[in-house]
Write a protein that binds this ligand. Structure first.
Ligand code: GTP
Ligand code: MG
Length: 426
């Protein structure tokens, strides 16, 4: 009998461990559990199999299929989650064999993105990614969703997902993707225009990237506290994919330095390729940054793998070659001293929570981003005060004193105003 009082769908995870690194595999399974929980799906059991490759037809071997069937019956399982992206044929084979809703890791991640997307752009991106993913899988999903039991929580929750997928045939889906892409490209164009405007203003752009939940949004908020500009904090929360849209804040420091700081969507292990593709336009900002701050959760035992995952996605985005500073965040949660592995230099330990290292991080950002500024001492006669204003706008770390002849300016100045500076060199 169906238990309608249980708000979460009851799930079983099935995973194939293809490498020797058991700890990494188990971490991945744990992560899938949290991803599922974010979709109101509770994992009651995990069945794993060590194999060199997943089975091409059924992901796991025949014997395991029987084991899964037993577990489904014993635990009253409503949905089976597979730890990898399944091929369309695997979905439809498994669907026939298990006669239950089945979803793969990609689907779960897409589902979370769907739930979290707020802006028009994010919604479009997620929808395109979902349709791209579903197009070759319509048959298998169709079979599975026709059996939907409609409990309170879970994947079927109030979304009418079943009906819409039933109705979708390949042609309709393809047309829809074309139409959504067109809509997205209009928004992307607007973004591009905004970016080129910023370029014209020669604003420096710094982007925060990193694994989901590492503290990117919190780091942005912590840096904002050091800014003299108006503050509007970004959303931070202890959940996977709290941030789906990039948001940019202007940071203005007491020393005159100002730059734009962009918060971005987090990355995750096996981030679906379709998502990376459709989020590319949002992540274009990263590609055009002057500097990337790679935020790492230093308190997470898998931080090295998480760095590798993030760097892989950055590579996919063609964002390699941009200078990177690693911020090993959440050091307040680390017992004892945190040693930064040398290969990640330049790097710093931070805590967005306690503000530890944030001042130093800002200093490193300024040094890196304003490395085309040069130190000078200038004497500007009082009749040329207008020029002094221009110089101050293009300077950092400066001080102005006054004597009988005029204002004495000492500081670092942007080379682009060399012609003005040259007039007043002491
Ligand atoms: N103890 C501690 N917690 C932190 C620190 N930085 C962030 N957190 C917490 O970690 C959780 C995730 O922080 P976010 O800033 O939302 O992380 P994010 O990288 O933006 O995550 P996504 O947007 O989901 O990718 C929140 O609960 C934060 O309060 C830190 O330095 N120390
Ligand atoms: Mg965030």
């Amino acid at each position: 009998m169906q238990d309608n009082t249980f708000p979460f769908q009851k799930a079983l995870i099935v995973g194939v461990n293809t490498n020797d690194d058991d700890a990494k595999f188990l971490e991945e399974v744990e992560e899938l559990k949290s991803l599922a929980l974010a979709c109101e799906v509770e994992v009651l059991d995990v069945i794993t199999q060590n194999r060199r490759f997943p089975d091409v037809n059924t992901y796991v071997g025949k014997g395991k299929i029987e084991e899964i069937k037993v577990a489904i019956n014993a635990l009253d399982i409503e949905v089976v989650l597979f730890n990898d992206e399944l091929a369309p044929s695997q979905i439809s084979n498994l669907q026939k064999l298990l006669d239950i809703q089945i979803f793969d890791r990609t689907y779960v991640i897409l589902e979370i993105f769907k739930r979290r997307a707020k802006t028009k752009e994010a919604k479009l991106q997620v929808e395109i990614a979902s349709l791209d993913y579903m197009l070759p899988r319509l048959v298998g999903l169709h079979q599975g969703l026709s059996r939907q039991r409609g409990t309170g929580g879970g994947f079927a929750h109030g979304r009418g997902a079943g009906e819409t997928q039933l109705e979708l045939d390949r042609r309709v889906t393809t047309n829809k993707i074309v139409q959504l892409r067109e809509e997205l490209s209009q928004i992307t164009k607007l973004r591009k225009e905004q970016r080129s405007l910023r370029k014209k203003n020669e604003e420096k752009v710094v982007s925060l990237v990193g694994y989901t939940n590492s503290g990117k949004s919190s780091t942005l908020n912590a840096i904002l506290k050091h800014s003299t500009a108006l503050k509007k904090e970004v959303f931070e929360k202890d959940m996977l994919f709290a941030t789906l849209e990039t948001s940019t804040r202007s940071i203005e420091l007491k020393n005159g330095a100002h730059f734009l700081l962009t918060d971005t969507v987090g990355f995750v292990n096996k981030l679906p390729h379709h998502l990376v593709e459709s989020f590319k336009s949002t992540l274009e900002e990263v590609k055009e940054s002057d500097l990337i701050i790679h935020v790492v959760d230093a308190s997470n035992p898998s931080f090295i793998d998480q760095i590798a995952t993030t760097n892989k996605v950055l590579e996919e985005l063609d964002a390699k070659g941009i200078p990177v500073i690693y911020a090993f965040n959440k050091v307040d949660k680390v017992d004892g001293y945190f040693f930064i592995p040398q290969e990640y230099y330049p790097a710093i330990t931070t805590s967005a929570k306690t503000d530890e290292g944030i001042g130093q991080l800002i200093k490193m950002i300024v040094e890196k981003v304003f490395d085309d500024y040069s130190s000078c001492t200038l004497l500007i006669p009082y009749k040329d005060t207008k020029d002094l204003e221009v110089i101050k706008q293009n300077a950092i770390d400066y001080e102005v004193t006054y004597n009988d002849e005029g204002s004495i300016f000492k500081g670092k100045v942007n080379k682009k105003i060399t012609n003005i500076i040259n007039k007043y060199q002491k």
